[in-house]
Design a protein around this ligand. Structure first.
Ligand code: ADP
Length: 542
């Protein structure tokens, strides 16, 4: 027997309809790419997203077409997303930090028809436009007054593009499993792979994450998504904020500590989300300028392992609640968050920071398991490492345009991460499976060594890679960037680490480097580091 409740497909435009109806005057504030602060609200965004939809229809865009966006977080990018999905087309976010060849590959693979982009990226696109054959028109997210002269095909300023639309447009209706968004993983090896989100997966993912023990978004929240819309759905914030009627503060192109601090203070930001590198930048600014955060209470950190010291400093010196999250493009992206479960609140302050340094537990909608190489489940004891596998309503079951089966017999997706899970359900990433250091048949976590090294007062950033060793197969090399004005004493760094990890985990050497290379999503680029140290030989290797 079926229930007798209404069919109410979980479509993304319902989110902006709701925000306009219930929270119409709630503000969306952006640092515009042109410079000045821009203020709008959900009612206006709703209206203008309908203009976008209307214009897309006029341009012949139909269900399933891909529309590329290469753009910063601003109100225009946000309303474009809603307009695109409202005609059943697919927003395809592109990360501008990718190499030109990767961008070309991705656009051609996705067969994007229109490219929406910021002023910032016009020169970049001009340099590759002759290779972007599927793009019929470039829409520059600006107004006529700021429109640069450009040879980009059919280029038009966004404001002119939608100027003749009156918003008299009924959203298209379709199945909730219809594709809504496309995002390629940066693919450090091989070609990038496209993850294709549906309306349903986006709505459920955002709804399940807005609650208090996850993103903690309320109507009274003022949210700063430093994480870009192009970094895996901005971790759901583009949908969960309008769902709750939270005020949004969009940082545009300026993500440095000083610019973020200015926005946080002037707009009364209560919650901010970004990768560790961004928060390291903010912290350096706060410490140097002796500034505080007067309204911010909650910081979400994810995308790569958050150093324990960063959590500790923001919690103790700045009074924030720091929540460490883990996820990946393939998971829409959030897979776990580090809220403190009720029975653990009595831990002492060190114990609480240790807990928060883990990647947290899975929210409703994410199932996890760890297995050995044979696929057999491993215990949740907080010690045993294994391959981390996941299933859920917002986890991918395949890649766009590829037929390969990617799930195991139980329908789980192998994340490529290695982790432990403890008896309380808290997961801790110990490594990417390709970065773990295999020493004498045992595994050493590069992430744990990095987190430890970064606690040393001379160290600004740390990375650990495995170096071939004739006896042990691989041994860890610690690579560090000194803090401004400091020099690195390798013996001192090693003695700082001693006693905090098993003896055989100790790095065999410490090397100093001016800068650690990063990937387009802000992760340590270990592939590049391995190249840099390709001819390096460990002093312990006879
Ligand atoms: P890409 O692979 O395109 O750089 P993703 O953002 O999808 O982008 O990367 C996902 C991977 O990032 C995860 O599989 C994991 O290795 C790493 N990651 C994300 N968040 C964390 C975290 N909090 N701690 C450790 N690793 C993380």
């Amino acid at each position: 027997m079926q229930g007798l409740m209404q069919d109410w497909p979980l479509l993304i435009h319902r989110v902006i309809d709701y925000a306009a109806t219930q929270h119409g005057n709630r503000e969306v504030v952006s640092r515009s790419v042109e410079g000045p602060i821009h203020r709008t609200n959900y009612k206006a965004i709703h209206q203008r997203s309908k203009n976008v939809a209307q214009r897309l229809k006029q341009d012949g865009i139909v269900l399933g077409d891909r529309i590329a966006t290469l753009a910063w977080n601003t109100w225009r990018h946000l309303e474009a997303w809603y307009g695109i999905t409202g005609v059943g087309a697919i927003y395809h976010t592109i990360n501008p930090r990718l190499f030109a060849d990767q961008i070309v590959w991705i656009v051609n693979h996705a067969q994007d028809r229109i490219m929406l982009t910021d002023l910032t990226f016009v020169p970049l696109l001009e340099s590759m436009a002759d290779r972007l054959s599927s793009i019929e028109r470039y829409v520059i997210l600006t107004d006529g007054a700021h429109m640069p002269p450009t040879k980009l095909k059919n280029a038009i300023a966004y404001e002119d593009w939608i100027a003749n639309c009156n918003g008299q447009f009924a959203w298209e209706q379709f199945d909730e499993k219809t594709a809504a968004g496309l995002c390629y993983t940066s693919g450090t090896t091989g070609n990038p792979k496209g993850v294709l989100y549906s309306h349903r997966s986006n709505v459920l993912h955002s709804m399940s994450l807005a609650h208090a023990d996850a993103l903690g978004i309320r109507n009274s929240s003022v949210v700063l998504p430093v994480v870009p819309l192009f970094h895996a759905n901005s971790w759901s914030l583009a949908f969960s904020c309008p769902m709750m009627g939270a005020k949004m503060v969009m940082p545009g192109a300026k993500l440095d500590g000083a610019s973020l601090h200015e926005l946080m203070e002037s707009e009364g930001v209560t919650m901010a989300a970004g990768v560790p590198t961004v928060w390291l930048g903010l912290l350096a600014f706060l410490q140097k300028e002796k500034k505080q955060l007067s309204t911010t209470k909650y910081m979400l950190v994810g995308g790569s392992a958050c150093p324990r010291a960063l959590i500790e400093t923001f919690e103790k010196d700045y009074g924030l609640t720091v929540v460490h999250a883990w996820g990946m493009t393939e998971m829409s992206p959030i897979g776990s968050l580090g809220a403190v479960k009720d029975h653990l609140t009595s831990l002492d302050s060190e114990g609480l920071i240790d807990l928060k340094a883990k990647q947290g537990y899975a929210p409703f909608g994410v199932e996890m398991k760890i297995t050995n190489d044979a696929g057999e489940p491993l215990p949740w004891d907080g010690k045993t490492f294994g391959r981390l596998k996941v299933a859920g309503f917002a986890v991918t079951k395949g890649y766009f345009g590829l037929d390969d089966a990617i799930l195991d017999e139980e329908g789980f997706f192998d994340t490529g991460d290695v982790s432990t899970i403890d008896a309380n359900g808290y997961m801790q990433i110990t490594d990417r499976s390709k970065d773990v250091i295999k020493s004498g048949g045992e595994w050493i976590s590069s992430i744990e060594l990095e987190n430890l090294a970064i606690g040393h007062p001379d160290v600004a950033e740390a990375a650990v890679i495995g170096i071939a060793h004739s006896k042990w197969s691989e041994r860890p090399l610690l690579i560090v960037v000194p803090k401004e004005g400091r020099t690195i004493n390798p013996a001192q760094i090693l003695s700082f680490m001693e006693g905090k990890i098993a003896k055989w985990w100790m790095p065999d050497d410490v090397q100093t480097i001016a800068e650690i290379p990063h990937t387009a999503t802000g992760k340590i680029n270990k592939l590049k580091l391995r190249e840099i140290f390709a001819n390096y030989k460990l002093p312990t290797d006879a």
